[in-house]
Design a binder for this molecule. Structure first.
Ligand code: HGY
Ligand code: MN
Ligand code: MN
Length: 413
């Protein structure tokens, strides 16, 4: 990042990375993993890594590592980072802060004369956003959770599989197992991220120290009726799949609201109607459903109730109902020692902080099943995220970097 004296250097770098955008006309940022725009953005990140002495390397599935070799090469290392791919029409900070902020934290520690005992690695995980229907594909490969066959199963909205996208980006999907990170080689992982909700702003707290990360259970509900002529088919003779799906969307909201935990969230972000012509009664309609909670039993009870409701709607309307699993992840508790390191960093900096749960999932959730993890949050203005209006002030960003640097110093000593 350019001038090292000017405050807001990180904010400027985030603004620069936002220019790597495949859909500027939308007003937001679209930079999906394994696209040429994404590759150019990674090259820019590599240059920033080199500026602070990080040695960059890409693994078999495009996870970018920047290494700061510690004095004890045999000691399990400390990982930090997030992602620089975006969802559609997104903001500039989601994930990006965790990568560019980690580079800044390394710069801070180097400038302070710190030398890590443990090697520190800054990571830009590939594909945290669900281009292929499931998120965190890069960290899932690192965790050993994705097989070669999965790379043919995961497919984007244009029908491109992750394996084909990898190959077109210059990687070899057959080498997926080379991306696995052996858990004994990792001491801890800590991810800096925007909160993507309004809790910190509401309570006027500058830092969140995450204690648990909610996890999604995602699935597709397919309603099949009869595609018939929109003009010639009387209302009483229809088996309209889209109306059934619409009734299910409303039921999903009601069921999620009524969850026993009070923290379950349910979303239908994708709806499809076929054949998709104005003069044909939809014969097929599908819903992609995302249900999340840090309370796994409550989440699963909501999922079961949603499936039951969809089947009842199908029976009442003469529709066949199918349910296809997309992904089920396990909520993760953050490691007490990593949490303690972030708390100590806040206290040393004289910053108030809030212990909290992450409603969004992150690569730390995937890796947290294998290694000790923690997360540090900074406020999102108005709680807005996954939207062009996503914003965090330079001062709030810099506070997050300072807490991350303090956390890394403790974990890497
Ligand atoms: O959807 C999520 O929680 C993440 O921001 N991709
Ligand atoms: Mn996101
Ligand atoms: Mn993110």
């Amino acid at each position: 990042m350019s001038d090292s004296s000017r405050p807001g250097r990180l904010h400027s770098a985030i603004a620069e990375l936002a220019t790597f955008n495949d859909d500027p006309a939308s007003g937001g940022i679209t930079r999906e993993v394994y696209t040429p725009t994404y590759a150019r953005a990674l090259e820019r990140v590599v240059a920033w890594m080199r500026e602070v002495g990080l040695e960059p390397r890409l693994d078999a599935v495009g996870n970018l590592y920047g290494s700061w070799t510690g004095t004890d090469a045999t000691a399990p290392r400390v990982l930090t980072g997030s992602h620089v791919d975006t969802t559609l029409n997104a903001g500039a900070y989601d994930g990006v802060l965790g990568v560019l902020g980690a580079i800044e934290a390394v710069r801070t520690l180097r400038d302070a004369g710190f030398t890590p005992r443990r090697t520190v690695e800054v990571i830009a995980w590939a594909g945290e956003e669900p281009r292929f229907g499931t998120g965190c594909v890069g960290s899932r490969c690192a965790a050993g959770d994705l097989s070669r066959a999965d790379l043919d199963r995961l497919v984007d909205r244009d029908g491109i599989t992750m394996a084909v996208a990898l190959r077109e980006a210059g990687f070899d999907p057959d080498a997926v197992k080379d991306a696995v990170v052996a858990p004994p080689t990792v001491h801890a992982l800590v991810e800096l991220h925007i909160e993507q909700a309004i809790v910190l702003e509401t309570h006027g707290e500058p830092i969140g120290v995450v204690e648990a990360i909610a996890a999604p259970h995602d699935f597709r509900i397919v309603f099949e009726g009869a595609a018939t002529h929109a003009g010639a088919t009387p209302m009483g003779l229809r088996r309209d799949a889209l109306v059934g799906a619409a009734e299910a969307v409303a039921a999903i909201e009601e069921i999620a609201r009524g969850s026993s935990s009070g923290t379950t969230v349910g979303t239908v972000g994708v709806i499809r109607a076929l054949p998709g012509a104005i003069n044909v009664v939809p014969g097929v309609a599908s819903l992609d459903v995302d249900v999340r909670d840090s309370d796994e039993p409550a989440r699963e009870a909501v999922v079961a109730a949603i499936v039951d409701a969809a089947r009842a709607i199908g029976t009442a309307r003469g529709l066949d109902v199918g349910v296809e699993e997309i992904v089920t992840d396990t909520p993760v508790a953050c490691d007490a020692a990593v949490v303690a390191a972030s708390v100590a960093a806040c206290e040393q900096l004289g910053l108030t902080y809030r212990r909290m749960i992450s409603g969004a999932y992150h690569d730390a959730m995937i890796m947290g099943r294998r290694v000790p993890v923690g997360m540090i949050f900074v406020p999102s203005r108005g709680g807005v995220s996954h939207h062009p209006d996503e914003y965090t002030s330079p001062q709030e960003l810099d506070r997050g970097v300072a807490v991350l640097a303090g956390t890394l110093r403790r974990l890497a000593s």
